[in-house]
Design a binder for this molecule. Structure first.
Ligand code: PSU
Ligand code: MN
Length: 303
């Protein structure tokens, strides 16, 4: 008997069995990327966005050591209620064996989605290569990149957070042969900002085009695909405000000596409080838009 149970909700299991479109959603962005209270509202909204587009949502988290794919209302409330660990793929075995609760990152959500037979997944920003402390080589490279290199799941996101070393992140994606498709853009997006200084190797302009590329890639490789969708223009953060928040955030990390898996949540929280919620609106709206695009692509893939 395996120790790790992966439980699909009845709705998700039926949709996967019938080959109907399903979109996986992660729980770390809810539990560790958004403030308490607001996170639950966003979790409910994201599932609604998937349904309104005509697909089935599957929010993923670990509860009492069971990996849940598709949560009921009580389970979603528990994920948003605080106190959950942040679980990357390396942590799933321990959480299962020790019967813990935890929110899943892009890495662990993609791995569980793939096990569950779900090929499309929406989030805000992919983890990437962090900027190091001054004069230091940054060894903080998100497991999201490695897992995407070996897991056949399409991740729809707004690029990587601008708090990362985007140049290095783009290079790692290239080295690991992960295709990056710009959704209606030629530029690699930077989460709060629509464009970074970097271009994408390929551009697609419709869900059908994205689905065709994903299907063709799957014949040749078992890596994931990154579909990058810029934050809607009306919710893009002002460039000067963004620079100010970024400088403040990096100083805060140095002062507090923040490391490892706490870096991303601490930076996001700094952005949300120091901008008095402006960054929060960008974050929520970009995740919602990525979720809509993911549903449209899942429908095109199923059709
Ligand atoms: N997108 C958001 N907010 C988040 C994240 C993504 O809008 O909090 C999370 C994802 O779960 C991603 C994680 O996997 O940030 C990256 O964490 P790290 O840098 O520690 O790998
Ligand atoms: Mn990290």
């Amino acid at each position: 008997m395996p120790v790790v149970s992966i439980e699909l909700s009845a709705e998700v299991a039926a949709a996967v069995a019938d080959g109907r479109p399903v979109v996986a959603l992660e729980s770390t962005l809810l539990a560790h990327g958004l403030p308490a209270g607001r996170n639950h509202e966003v979790g409910v909204r994201l599932e609604r966005v998937v349904r309104d587009a005509g697909a089935v949502p599957a929010t993923i988290a670990v509860l009492d050591g069971v990996a849940r794919v598709g949560l009921d209302a009580d389970q979603l409330a528990r994920v948003c209620g605080g106190g959950l660990a942040k679980l990357s793929l390396r942590d799933l075995g321990a959480a299962a064996a020790l019967r813990r609760d935890g929110a899943t990152t892009v890495a662990s959500t993609a791995a569980l989605a793939e096990r569950a037979g779900i090929g499309v997944f929406a989030t805000g920003g992919l983890g990437g290569v962090h900027l190091g402390m001054p004069g230091e080589q940054a060894w903080d490279v998100s497991a999201d990149l490695d897992v995407l290199a070996s897991t056949p799941v399409t991740v729809v996101c707004s690029g990587v957070k601008s708090v990362l070393n985007i140049a290095a992140t783009v290079e790692v994606l290239e080295t690991r042969s992960v295709p990056v498709l710009g959704y209606r853009t030629d530029r690699f997006p930077a989460f709060y900002r629509r464009e970074s200084a970097f271009t994408v190797p390929w551009r697609v302009d419709t869900p059908a085009e994205a689905a065709a590329v994903i299907a063709a890639h799957a014949e040749l490789s078992s890596s994931g695909v990154l579909l990058v969708n810029p934050v809607p223009a009306e919710h893009e953060m002002d460039a000067e405000l963004h620079e100010r928040l970024l400088t403040g955030g990096m100083a805060l990390l140095r002062e507090r000596g923040v490391r490892g898996k706490d870096v991303t949540p601490v930076l996001l929280e700094h952005f949300h409080t120091a901008s008095e919620g402006v960054s929060l609106e960008s974050n929520v709206e970009l995740v919602a838009d990525n979720t809509r695009v993911a549903a449209e692509v899942a429908i095109a893939l199923a059709g």
